[in-house]
Write a protein of this length. Sequence first.
Length: 101
Amino acid sequence: ADISANFYPVLDSVALVLKEYNKTLVNVTGHTDSTGSDQFNQILSEQRASAVAQYLMSRQLSAQRFVTRGMGKTQPIADNATESGRAANRRVEITLTPLPQ
């Protein structure tokens, strides 16, 4: 999965935040729309999460902080019956979890 170049500035901003909050675990979760088979979408969602994590790691962030997973098409946030809904469902979510002190 390729990251669209227009998202690089957003991810660069995320990397700066992650450097500031360095005592956090970074969960990167990929999602897809409902087009295609379950297996295809599972793999694609995993690839999306991995691509974003790799990009962030290329900004001098420790790989040990990252957990990636793909959810396939199991967690839509919009209606898959419309193009705009499908576009919204093709996403990567990044959440931070504080590391135990």
